[in-house]
Design a protein around this ligand. Sequence first.
Ligand SMILES: [Zn+2]
Ligand SMILES: [Zn+2]
Length: 134
Amino acid sequence: MLRLTTQRQVILEELSKVTSHPTANELYDLVRKRLPRIGLGTVYRNLELMADNGMILKIEVGGTQKRFDATTENHYHIRCAECGKVDDLDIPVLNNLVAQAAATTSYQIIGHHVEFTGTCPACQQRLAREQAAQ
Ligand SMILES: [Zn+2]
Ligand SMILES: [Zn+2]
């Protein structure tokens, strides 16, 4: 188990306060308000360590910035294809998906990730305005 230093505790507290799945940079801005001397590299390293130890969740999808989540139990995400915003999706985890996968592979399944892609309400409005202006 990773030792909970003051820095890690502050990072965890700030991450727990938001539901926006912040990037390392966004978290750095929050953490810096409480620990003015902390560096971006330190925040980054601690986030990676905490994710490796299962204290937080790292959300990584090809080509996009890593985002972090204080909710570690499996849950599903929806990402805006326009602005990259990530929200939680409040639907039950599909455990029968794991059973189906397990039945068709000799892999030992340890988990699964589901991410939906969409256009967030703010981007829908922006796109509608842009279209109306044309
Ligand atoms: Zn958006
Ligand atoms: Zn989440």
